[in-house]
Design a protein around this ligand. Structure first.
Ligand code: NAD
Ligand code: MG
Length: 398
């Protein structure tokens, strides 16, 4: 029987890779809903191809334009607008799985709606988990939702863990399962060999040009500063119930080993493959079965050699900040995530320099790391205050 899928963030890089995997497996899934912020052309094209029952645009004008476009083609897709509509489709009773692929904190509300409706959630939107941590995981447990990681590292770790741990990884006991360490690999981004003194001058175009992965603009800049690995460190902490000392970051420039799990008997299990998000997407869509993903098989003779480097925090101050935030607790990680979203947006629009991103992140994190957070609402207030502080600092620097 076909399973029905909601794709939050369908017009983005992960959303498009998801549609690519579906094209390879046309009989297995039915698209119940596609959503995007405002990209009408992409949504019109994809709605005509996949005929979802619902299409949601966050922007009202974009929703009107999409509805008009669909009408001229005689499409039966129902168009809705706004954040409430995103949450409605994410929690729709007919949805079996929800691909959570909105970028940033904006993904929290619809992803939480899917969690509260007890869905199978394919989680790409790491910022939602970073900013809400234990509250998110508690909701997963309370509502019996199922979390399958899409982030390639976490998907790799998941695949290297024992089956009984895979059933509820967020509440597992890694040590009891024989795990001594999670080895989180990262490429080091486009500036891993750039002189540190030159980093202040790099442009958004240079930062977005990732050597191995093709991704959205925000995560590409995050990969260049390596805060992406730091957010993934926090993500691993929650997804696998890992203590900070159980996670180690390893730079692996070839991006072929997507992460590893070290066991106490000395074994290290790794998941490898060509760097293409269609693999983790196909894995999570079909789990525990295996389906075709369109990704070329890995050719070891082309790869040739693997190398590993210890991260240098002078080059990647943002990575150190995120690891620190993980140790500090929820207020620090929420503030850091919010500051980073604002700082990256300011860098992309050339209002600040590349190294200013970590300066802003550090100042905002320091200002809010001791805030009390007793509920999800407290976190949303903190997120807002951290963004305001970041805006203020961006203005001062700009
Ligand atoms: P992207 O920028 O390419 O796409 C983002 C999607 O979110 C788009 O569909 C956009 O319309 C939608 N969106 C943006 N702002 C929104 C808002 N305010 N409300 C609702 N929808 C909004 O991003 P991406 O690279 O596909 O990344 C998506 C998520 O997946 C991010 O959290 C990222 O960290 C994570 N991720 C991406 C990759 C990758 O290879 N691209 C890998 C691992 C994890
Ligand atoms: Mg990743």
């Amino acid at each position: 029987m076909q399973q029905s899928l909601v794709i939050l963030g369908a017009s983005g890089s992960i959303g498009q890779s998801t549609l690519k995997v579906l094209r390879h497996n046309p009989s297995s899934w039915h698209v119940l809903a596609l959503t995007a912020a405002r990209n009408v052309d992409a949504m019109l094209r994809d709605c005509l191809e996949f005929s979802p029952r619902f299409a949601v645009m966050v922007d009202e004008d974009a929703a009107r334009a999409l509805a008009a476009g669909l009408k001229t083609h005689g499409s039966a897709t129902q168009v809705m607008a706004g954040v409430d509509a995103l949450c409605d489709v994410a929690a729709h009773p007919d949805a079996h799985s929800v691909m959570a692929a909105i970028v940033g904190a904006a993904g929290l509300a619809p992803t939480m709606a899917a969690v509260r409706a007890g869905k199978r959630i394919l989680l790409a939107n790491k910022e939602a988990l970073v900013m809400s941590g234990a509250f998110f995981m508690e909701a997963v447990r309370e509502h019996g939702a199922e979390l399958l990681p899409i982030d390639s590292e976490h998907n790799a770790i998941f695949q290297c863990l024992p089956t009984e741990v895979q059933r509820q990884p967020g509440f597992c006991d890694l040590a009891a399962a024989g795990v001594s360490k999670i080895l989180l690999t990262g490429s080091g981004g486009p500036f891993r060999y750039t002189e540190i003194s030159e980093l202040g001058k790099v442009t958004p175009a240079q930062a977005i040009a990732h050597p191995n992965w093709s991704m959205g603009a925000k995560i590409s800049v995050d990969s260049a500063t390596m805060i992406n690995k730091g957010l993934e460190y926090i993500e691993a902490r929650w997804l696998f119930n890992a203590a900070p000392e159980q996670i180690q970051v390893v730079i692996h420039p070839q991006s072929v080993i997507h992460s590893m799990v070290q066991y106490k008997d000395g074994s290290v299990l790794a998941q490898l493959g060509n760097p293409d998000m269609c693999t983790p997407i196909a894995h999570a869509l079909a789990y525990p079965a295996r389906i075709s993903s369109s990704v070329e098989p890995l050719d070891f003779f082309t790869v040739g050699e693997f190398s590993f480097i210890r991260p240098d925090y002078a080059r990647y101050p943002n990575l150190a900040l995120a690891i620190n935030a993980c140790q500090q607790g929820q207020a620090a990680t929420t503030a850091l995530n919010a500051a980073n979203e604002e700082a990256v947006a300011a860098f992309l629009s050339t209002r600040i320099g590349f190294m200013d991103i970590s300066r802003i992140n550090e100042a905002v994190m320091l200002a809010f790391e001791s805030s009390a957070v007793g509920s999800l609402d407290d976190l949303l207030v903190l997120d807002e205050m951290a963004r305001e502080r970041a805006h203020h600092l961006i203005k001062e620097l700009g």
